[in-house]
Design a protein around this ligand. Sequence first.
Ligand code: GLY
Ligand code: MN
Ligand code: MN
Length: 430
Amino acid sequence: MRYQPLPATFYRQARANFMAQMQGNSLAVFNSNDVYPISADSTLPFAQHRDIFYLSGVDQEESILVLFPKAVEAKHREILFVRETNAHIAVWEGAKLTKDQATKLTGVETVYWLSDFERVFQELATQCDTFYFNTNEHYRQAVETQTREDRFIAQCKANYPAHKVAKSNPILQQLRAVKAAAEIDQIQTACDITEKGFRRLLHFVQPGVWEYEIEAELSHEFLRHRSKGFAYTPIIASGNNANVLHYTENNCQCKAGDLLLMDVAAEYGNYSSDLTRTIPVSGKFTARQKAVYEAVLRVKKEATKMLVPGTLWKEYHIEVGKIMTSELLSLGLLDQLDIDQQNPDMPAYKRYFMHGTSHHMGLDTHDYGLLHLPMQANMVFTVEPGIYIPEEGFGIRLEDDVVIQENGAPLNLMGNIPIEVDEIEALMNA
Ligand code: GLY
Ligand code: MN
Ligand code: MN
């Protein structure tokens, strides 16, 4: 792997935390992602499922982790199954993890070959009453494909119809939402790589460059710093493209006088970062662009102050909405009648700011975290207000990633990435 993995002690602790919440005489199973096909013999690059990664650090396809705290044999409390290298695999793909390497990486003492899974699992199944299955309950999930995990669950239910089932997801949602110090370091590294990419762009962007050329610059900078690349599909949106929230074509030429919205960030070691900056293609904001930019920045600063332990995500969004409403009034985008007549379920500000202000960030860009529970120290959130004005030909969003602290304001992991108007203009014209 090209990144520095977390120490095995982190994964041992994560598994202990998970097992401490398992009820009854139960075992839990976590599968790797499939290698997804394109067509013919083409595949997408492998991307590990973040749950087995969180609990083991194993970054290899066809791996299975079993956790069974009350196993009859102590060696079966934690088992990792990995694919055995044979001569063919060694020549064509390179060697897979040996058992020793797998133990060093993950801290799991008992490592079996995948070919032993059916036999071992059958033995374990006779010793337990309940299977914890790892279903996807993310609040934004909309998965239409059957994952390796789904296939396993279906097969397991067919083979063992008398077992009870329980859900791993709520446990993982709570554990993964609160980051360990080592994880925050990994996210900080991703943010620092993102910073290098953004600073490079400040010298590259000028009228006439194409959005995909900017994407290429970022890719170059991310990869040369041991990132696998973008943490999510990059949005590089000049002019009115910024008003298409999920614009990812990145195929237009940047024009003098336009703004350029870039929602672009690196991953590192399977941890995301999530950045948005909006800069003037010509190196200088117009008065109107600057006024809207400063409004977005003020909303971001005020919103950030509210990210403290105890804050409820829903109430936070209502408060941010009020601040945004007052900025939109000052900008002349809304008037008092709009406010007086607004539907409380669809407040007037949503015409110009239609997405959420914050989401959990971590192994997944839209990370785990149960939104009805109060915020806690060491949760990582984005802060990303925006104002989108198609009739004026631009949209502005600003986004940083912050860590909630026990006391006081959150720590901004992107605090070194230029954001003030003067700073951006000075760097673009240096
Ligand atoms: N880049 C995805 C998001 O900001 O939520
Ligand atoms: Mn983003
Ligand atoms: Mn985001």
